[in-house]
Design a protein around this ligand. Structure first.
Ligand SMILES: Nc1ncc2cc(-c3cccc4ccccc34)c(N3CC[C@@H](N)C3)nc2n1
Ligand SMILES: [Ca+2]
Length: 450
């Protein structure tokens, strides 16, 4: 069955190529969009057609909803895949695409809108019986009310932006006298970063783990989980290393967390691929948010389940029911992803764009490289610094680590500074090897200056 004739990929870099690869396997033509500096980028070369959508700055190109829809119309695309980042979780874009009579490959715009608010999501999940951290039932409307609730749940508490992500606007209050300032700062940053000042307060967990469950749901409401991933090694809220399955998962914890993830997806009327994020500490887990997009780290779930998540996204968006039941989804082995960023880990991870003068990517047993770069390519300074994702699969976690080390050793990227050396250090770190990877792993391990 041909799901679509032509899909426009409204993104760049490795994720654009990833989606184009799924399309090529499904015999679907692809349309690339690119900004002026991306004229010679790999994703443009890979597509069947390509259109310039504007200048370098994302607001003039990759975030230009109208231009992108114009290109979709001009190229007679019948669906748009947003990738991740840019417009992937923009409900207005999803609505515009549907209003244009095209298919948005993702959940409905209403679901994206509801799950884009952490306050709405938490309330929805609390009512559905999914564990959520204690805190303010809605956005903060009065300091006194917030103080009363914080006193009930006990300090430290954390103030978070409801419309936000990536920890932006997140402020910890150790005691009542810090709460008002944390709320004021949080509201100011939330307003300027997300155009919505709504903040909420919840119990702060000292060293949680970030455990997330991949879900797939079709338009009939058949909802499956594709097991767990751990993404606790982050730096400034940017994930660096992810692995599947989570190394501390037990059968009981997996049963409880996957059931909660399915409940969450059903409560949200979720369709297509999504990720339910939880914080885990001392045997308890708490709903954090649902990511209504394909995630960077979907690769390691593909490795351990053998399921092509992007092809499933396309099939679901085309109206196909999921051909399998939960009993047909099993996992084998262990997979790890290392994000390779053009940043200098010894200079506060500052971006280091520029020309790649030597490039050799690894390969061999259990290795997967998803990148948008090649020898001679000049990394532009305008976009996210992630240039490649290196994944390693092994029969068990130990073999996955050994293979990742080997692949990091083989990987040659000269001309820009990268996080390759940092990743190599993490793969040799005793705490990582022991599976003891909690929130402040990097700072505590002093692997990189925080
Ligand atoms: N109530 C409460 N307590 C502790 C938390 C700690 C973090 C956190 C912050 C920084 C790195 C982390 C790595 C793994 C898991 C959590 C974190 C956190 N966030 C929010 C954005 C995401 N990037 C991480 N939210 C938290 N929320
Ligand atoms: Ca998130």
């Amino acid at each position: 069955m041909k799901y679509f004739d032509k899909i426009l990929i409204a993104n760049r870099g490795e994720v654009a190529i990833r989606v184009m690869r799924a399309c090529r396997e499904l015999d679907i033509d692809t349309v690339a969009i690119y900004s002026e500096p991306d004229k010679n980028a790999l994703h443009v070369k890979y597509a069947d057609e390509s259109f310039c959508v504007g200048e370098a700055h994302p607001s003039k190109s990759y975030l230009n909803k109208e231009r992108i829809c114009d290109v979709a119309r001009k190229s007679a695309a019948d669906a748009i895949h947003p990738g991740y980042g840019f417009l992937a979780e923009n409900s207005q874009f999803a609505k515009l695409v549907e209003d244009e009579g095209l298919t948005f490959i993702g959940p409905s715009w209403k679901t994206i809108e509801a799950l884009g608010s952490k306050v709405v999501s938490k309330r929805m999940m609390r009512e559905a019986g999914v564990p959520v951290l204690p805190g303010t039932p809605d956005g903060v409307t009065s300091i006194d009310e917030a103080k009363k609730i914080a006193a009930e749940i006990g300090y430290p508490v954390v103030v978070k932006a409801s419309a936000g992500g990536g920890g932006i606007g997140m402020h910890i209050a150790e005691s009542e006298d810090q709460l008002e300032e944390a709320i004021d700062k949080g509201m100011r940053i939330a307003a300027s970063a997300f155009g919505d000042p709504t903040v909420f307060v919840e119990k702060y967990l000292a060293k949680p783990r970030h455990i997330e469950i991949q879900v797939l749901a079709d338009a009939k409401g058949n909802t499956l989980h594709l097991y767990d991933r751990e993404c606790s090694i982050q730096r400034r809220h940017q994930k660096l290393v992810e692995e599947a399955p989570c190394p501390i998962m037990t059968p009981d914890l997996r049963e409880r967390m996957t059931a909660s993830a399915i409940t969450a997806a059903k409560a949200a009327n979720y369709t297509n691929a999504g990720t339910v994020e939880f914080l885990y500490a001392n045997g308890n887990y708490y709903f954090m948010e649902v990511n209504t997009r394909l995630q960077v780290e979907h690769t390691i779930t593909e490795f351990i389940t053998g399921i092509d998540i992007v092809k499933k996204q396309i099939a679901i968006a085309a109206g196909e029911d999921l051909p399998m039941g939960q009993e047909d989804v099993s996992i084998r082995g262990h997979a790890i992803e290392c994000r390779i960023n053009a940043e200098d880990p010894l200079n506060n991870f500052s971006a280091d764009p520029g020309k790649i003068v030597r490039y050799r990517s690894p390969g061999g047993p259990g290795i997967r490289v998803d990148s948008g770069i090649h020898n001679g390519y000049t990394i532009p300074p305008h976009y996210d610094s992630m240039i490649s994702k290196l994944c390693a699969w092994g029969a068990d976690r130990e073999e996955a680590i050994l293979r990742m080390r080997r692949a990091l050793y083989e990987y040659v990227i000269l001309g820009v500074k990268t996080t390759l050396p940092l990743q190599y250090a993490i793969m040799r770190n005793p705490h990582f090897i022991a599976g003891d990877t909690h929130t402040h792993f990097l700072q505590e391990e002093h692997i990189a200056k925080s």
